[in-house]
Design a protein. Structure first.
Length: 399
């Protein structure tokens, strides 16, 4: 059988621990037997990030801007314990944070729904996609401990020397303060990405902040969304029969719980971080979630929503076979291949990407599952297999 051809390479960002093992297995078992895989390889393992002083992460993001589509493996974000474990030169920043900042993109996360796994929220019939603003707020903040009686102020200095000063608090004793920011440009990019994605998937867009409490900061988000919607997207939304709906974050949480799903829910950075974990858990597992970062000028980075599954990796190192769920990583690959195919006009590559998704879902629906799905899956003769066996079952269906 002739292998499916690619014309433009994907930016391939390899990662750490268990997901790095799965990465190679997916390539060996599901991809390279069927396609002439073309990638530009960047090793984002913690060891190599340390060796390159994290230059490899920046290089891979810049290359994504040039080539347009990347696929990323989960990576370790070092903490103090990792600095010791890997004898790191520095506590390097989160690679996802670095890549998101360079692409200034929005992350869209959607659960993978399969027959046999019913969401814990029983009214949810269709997937809820979370759009997470990927820049600023508490992720780019500046924090300080106040050690005793003090006055804390916000000070802004303009290039002409003019200053704006506002009191935060008069401290009588020890405490804490935090300064955070966002930019009109990034919020506008976020808004446009959400409106475009809603049109793409033909779903209503919901957006919420806490503008009643945060009368300047959150209110700015609300205003920018509304202005861009009114000026650029209102007609297109009407044509497609979808709507844009703004409300308060607590109201939207209550409404989501009563909705049947099929909604694109735009969240500020922190809300998106938390709510995507909630939606994923309610739908089964973080391993059953797709995730893509879309930049305002249409560059795509596909990834899994979960981490490097450290606990499984330590078992793997002891020689045990692990039953780690590869679905999110498989869908990252298929998502990247599909987007590449669409950009390059390669219909057989596009249909291969669709078949990967279908074969993976069919495998689970046939009762062949990894351990994490065991207590969720309702199937008369389900069988828990290890990761390699699962991927082989997917490849068998692809044949
Ligand atoms: P994690 O890797 O997502 O794993 C947490 C737990 O969730 C696992 O121990 C496992 O539960 C379950 N799990 C997650 N993915 C699974 C899968 N594919 N199949 C089966 N079970 C799965 O989160 P973590 O342990 O908090 O973080 C580990 C490392 O990943 C950290 O160094 C962190 O920095 C990094 N991280 C990276 C990313 C990213 O690159 N996108 C995101 C988050 C975290 P059981 O142990 O109960 O089986
Ligand atoms: Mg999170």
């Amino acid at each position: 059988m002739a292998k499916i051809k690619m014309t433009t390479p994907l930016v391939e960002m390899d990662g750490d621990e268990m997901t790095r093992i799965i990465w190679q297995q997916i390539k060996d078992i599901v991809l390279t037997p069927f396609i002439d895989l073309k990638t530009e390889y960047y090793d984002l393992s913690l060891v190599h990030r340390d060796e390159t002083n994290d230059k490899v992460t920046i290089d891979s993001a810049i290359r994504t801007q040039e080539l347009g589509v990347a696929v990323k493996c989960a990576t370790i974000t070092p903490n103090a314990q990792r600095v010791e474990e890997y004898s790191l030169k520095e506590m390097w920043k989160s690679p996802n944070g670095t890549i998101r900042a360079i692409l200034d993109g929005t992350v869209f996360r959607t659960p993978i729904l399969v027959k046999g796994i019913t969401p814990f929220v029983s009214v949810w019939k269709k997937p809820i996609t979370i759009a997470r603003h990927a820049y600023g707020d508490v992720y780019r903040d500046s924090e300080m401990k106040i050690t005793g009686k003090a006055t804390a102020e916000l000070v802004v200095t303009y290039p002409n020397g003019q200053t704006q000063i506002q009191k935060i608090h008069d401290f009588d004793g020890a405490g804490i303060i935090l300064g955070m920011h966002n930019t009109d440009e990034s919020i506008s990019n976020f808004a446009r990405a959400c409106f475009r994605y809603a049109l793409d998937i033909k779903q209503d867009l919901w957006f919420a902040t806490k503008d009643t409490i945060s009368k300047v900061y959150d209110h700015r988000f609300k205003d920018i969304f509304q202005d861009i919607f009114d000026q650029e997207f209102k007609d297109a939304f009407e044509d497609k029969g979808i709507e844009y709906f703004y409300t308060l974050i607590d109201d939207v949480v209550a409404r989501i719980m009563r909705s049947e799903g099929g909604i694109l829910w735009a969240c500020k950075n922190y809300d998106g971080d938390v709510m995507s974990d909630m939606v994923a858990s309610a739908c089964g597992s973080l391993a059953m979630m797709t995730s893509v970062l879309v930049s305002p000028d249409g560059k795509y980075e596909y990834e899994a929503a979960h981490g490097t599954v450290t606990r499984h990796y330590y078992k793997y190192l002891k020689g045990e076979k692990t039953s780690t769920n590869p679905m999110a990583t498989l869908f990252a690959w298929s998502g990247a291949l599909r987007k590449r195919a669409q950009l390059d006009g390669l219909s057989d590559l596009e249909s291969f990407a669709d078949r990967i998704d279908q074969a993976s879902i069919d495998t689970i629906e046939a009762g062949i599952i990894t351990g994490d799905l065991n207590c969720l899956m309702d199937h008369p003769d389900k069988k828990v297999v290890n990761t390699q066996e699962f991927l082989e079952a997917v490849a068998e269906r692809l044949k």
